[in-house]
Ligand binder design. Structure first.
Ligand code: F6R
Length: 365
């Protein structure tokens, strides 16, 4: 049931404040303001030397964001792999370490194979899945359900932000368990997470502006997405979302990589979506924006009020999101990224919920 929406994808984008709120309530104890670890965890985070995160597509980008969180909050080294690479690259793994797999469907063939491989190597396994009855859920030692509810649109939206919420809470809990976060640090982070559903609702208010922007983007051949830090995986996600449903070629890059190649593409026909909340790497991203502006590129800046005021470049459009603690911006900035892909596809007249050549669940290699 699409409720009053034209597509499942639109409904699922709009559901996010609610479903992410459910996920939050599951993994954050509101009374104690602490992140909740799954009951009877078969390992102690203090004994883990390294975490391997494996997933495909959008789920992989959620894992990529989580790498920054685990490393920052828990001082835990994380390797992030696409499942099809992880399963064949013969990575040296240490018994007793932790493998995390992330999958909406819980049936993705490569991700399942990666899980089985990690298990064979003696790793503890934890899965973040949306379908609790899935094969991946059944075969993992620990399951953390994402509680997004059924996701019908082929392009993943609400499953992604719920994955991020689960992983954020887990990284905070790991930070506490390893003695890397003080009680005050944890409280601060938890307060930040509690705000997320409300901020996501506020982010949905950018929709009319994004709808107008989409009419322009629909005329373009290529789009570049840039971000730094946790906004980097979101740039990858933005490009994936746009290409899979609108069929416009898009690429995501770490902003600092611009001058190592992709800058050659910049001219007055190239829209560049810059995802840059006013955080500790903002100034660095601004210098990349200046490089784009100097070559006539059209900047679409996703930022907050402070960022819009400080950016000092001429942007085609500023999409201004609410102020928030910088750690968790990807969960909120996912919304304008998804809306831009969605509305561009609607203008293009593609089959948004069932884009060509794609399947919701990829059960073959
Ligand atoms: C992109 C998308 C895919 C999936 C990927 C993994 O919008 O939906 O990239 O994220 O196929 O699927 P799951 O999460 O089911 O393992």
């Amino acid at each position: 049931d699409k409720a009053n929406f034209r597509h499942f994808m639109a409904k699922e984008i709009h559901e996010q404040p609610e479903v992410v709120g459910h996920t939050l309530a599951r993994y954050i104890d509101m009374a104690t303001e602490r992140a909740v670890l799954p009951a009877e965890l078969p390992f102690d985070f203090r004994d883990i030397q390294r975490v391997s995160i494996t997933a495909c597509g959008t789920a992989n980008y959620a894992g990529h964001v989580a790498k920054y969180w685990f490393e920052r909050f828990a001082r835990l080294p994380v390797e992030i792999d696409v499942a099809s690479e992880f399963r064949y690259r013969e990575a040296p793994l240490c018994r007793g370490d932790l493998a995390i797999v992330i999958s909406q469907s819980g049936e993705t063939a490569d991700t399942l194979a990666a899980l089985r491989y990690a298990k064979e190597q003696g790793l503890h396994t934890l899965s973040v899945v949306n379908v609790p009855t899935s094969t991946i859920a059944r075969e993992s030692e620990v399951v953390m359900p994402t509680l997004a509810g059924p996701e019908i649109g082929v392009a993943s939206t609400k499953a992604f932000t719920c994955q991020l919420m689960v992983l954020a809470a887990l990284a905070v809990a790991a930070g506490r368990a390893r003695g890397e976060l003080s009680e005050a640090d944890e409280t601060k982070l938890v307060h930040g997470l509690i705000e997320v559903p409300r901020l996501m609702s506020a982010a949905l208010a950018t929709e009319p502006q994004i709808e107008r922007l989409a009419r322009d983007i629909a005329k373009r051949q290529d789009v570049l997405y840039l971000g730094r830090g946790t906004s980097y995986p979101l740039a990858l996600e933005g490009a994936l979302k746009l290409k899979e449903i609108s069929y416009i070629h898009a690429e995501g890059y770490a902003a600092g990589e611009l001058k190592h190649g992709p800058i050659a593409l910049i001219d007055e026909n190239m829209p560049v979506v810059v995802i840059a909340p006013f955080d500790r790497v903002f100034e660095k991203t601004v210098s990349n924006m200046q490089e784009v502006a100097a070559r006539g590129g059209n900047i679409i800046l996703m930022t907050d009020a402070k960022g819009a005021a400080e950016a000092s470049v001429e942007a085609l459009v500023n999409i201004v999101l609410p102020d928030m603690p910088s750690a968790f911006t990807p969960i909120v900035y996912a919304i304008p990224v998804q809306l831009l892909a969605y509305h561009t596809a609607v203008v293009m007249g593609t089959d948004v919920d069932q884009p060509r050549n794609l399947a919701k669940s990829v059960t073959v290699e």
